[in-house]
Design a protein around this ligand. Structure first.
Ligand SMILES: *Cc1c(COP(=O)(O)O)cnc(C)c1O
Length: 383
């Protein structure tokens, strides 16, 4: 695109009903949000356990700022790594069932960090077709060949593994798919990684905190070993920000030395590690939050089942209502908003063309009457 083409490019987004407009919240993330002076029920957030604005996290972050300051001052390899971060990395590794962990700025940065540190030119990344964009970007940055397999189809993956000569191989998947809420068959993938001598990279952005008693998909599905690298974001269910990579000690040591977004970026503010330690206590110590998510999900599914509402149910907090057409989805989202309910219209390029959807995310802090209001508003859309 040339500088003079910007207006036309934005107009083209408008014409396809794909243009996004940011709104600014007037307070913390929670089951209710305030935008432009109006209060909305929030079914759009990835704050699945209701921890982002939790007083214990707020207090821990404030105490963390007093103890460690605000900025980290340098990359972790220079002097940006603090004792509280070392403690958080040990806690995260133990919780996710790994030997060691490395804190990064975001899940996006973690995916850009990990993949190019393990594979490069002449190697191949095998990626599920519905993988998150950041995994694809990590692959592009690595210069490895990107070979995509059919969604959640390990037989297709094996077919490709057999036919693709490569120096090194890496299988990359979302452990929980971000726009559908379905889960990858980790045991089968781990077996293929073993058989074809590949790395297995698991992005558990939506499983950590929610599945496996909060310890994530890898613990729940009982896989492990030296070829697996686990990644989870900390800005979703954990309610904080950043991400971590976890695996065996040598692997994490390699990444700390060679993962460029880790080496060449100023480390996370240490107060986030202090907040994260408080979050881990709540994730582990308050299982009622996951039970609450499950009961809300069951009620939503049961209701939609009796109506012409194509809800995709899942064991996670993600419950998309597949609509198809961009404009229709956008209009439905707008009508819900008029009823005081915030549900985002997810359109291309986040999902495939023709599969636009209302992505309903539940939160452990939603009350029964909140879900009742959502259900009534959905009913009025299809009445
Ligand atoms: C949100 C998300 C990321 C990016 O994580 P951030 O911490 O938000 O940068 C990566 N992978 C998946 C599957 C995600 O949903």
């Amino acid at each position: 695109m040339q500088p003079g083409e910007l207006d036309a490019a934005l107009a083209a987004l408008d014409a396809r009903a794909e243009r996004r407009h940011r709104v600014a919240l007037a307070g913390p993330q929670g089951p209710e949000i305030v935008i432009d002076g109006r209060r909305y029920l929030n079914f759009s957030s990835n704050d699945y356990l209701g921890l982002a604005g939790h007083p214990r996290l707020v207090e821990a972050a404030a105490a963390g700022a007093r103890a460690w300051g605000v900025g980290s001052g340098a990359s972790a390899l220079v002097t940006g790594h603090f004792e509280v971060q070392r403690q958080a990395e040990r806690a995260l590794a133990g919780f996710a069932g790994c030997e060691a962990a490395l804190l990064l700025e975001s899940g996006y940065a973690a995916n850009l960090a990990a993949i190019p540190a393990l594979v490069g030119r002449g190697d191949t990344v095998f990626a599920d077709r519905l993988n998150h964009a950041s995994l694809n970007d990590g692959c592009l940055l690595s210069r490895a060949r990107l070979c995509r397999f059919r969604h959640n189809d390990p037989d297709h993956l094996e077919y490709l593994l057999k036919r693709t000569p490569a120096n090194a191989r890496l299988i990359a998947v979302d452990a929980v798919y971000s726009m559908d809420g379905d889960e990858a068959p980790l045991a089968r993938l781990a077996e293929l990684a073993e058989r074809y001598d590949a790395w297995l990279y698991l992005d558990d952005a939506h499983g950590f905190g929610v599945l496996g008693d909060g310890r994530g998909s890898m613990v729940e599905q009982g896989v492990g070993g030296e070829r697996i690298l686990y990644m989870a974001t900390l800005g979703k269910a954990a309610g904080v920000g950043g991400a971590f990579l976890a695996g065996n000690r040598r692997l994490i040591d390699w990444l700390a030395n060679r993962a460029r977004p880790y080496v060449f970026s100023t480390a996370q503010p240490p107060l986030l590690a202090a907040a994260l330690l408080a979050s881990l206590e709540l994730i582990a110590g308050e299982p009622w939050r996951r039970a609450r998510l499950a009961s809300l999900a069951a009620r939503l599914a049961q209701h939609c089942h009796t109506r012409p509402l194509a809800l995709k149910t899942s064991r996670t907090a993600i419950h998309p209502l597949i609509i198809g057409d961009n404009l229709q989805t956008l209009n439905m989202s707008r009508r819900l908003r008029e009823a005081g309910i915030w549900v985002p219209a997810i359109r291309p390029p986040t999902v495939a063309p023709g599969s636009a959807r209302l992505r309903i995310s539940l939160c452990a802090a939603h009350r029964d009457e909140d879900l009742t209001r959502l259900i009534e508003a959905l009913d009025s859309l299809v009445a």
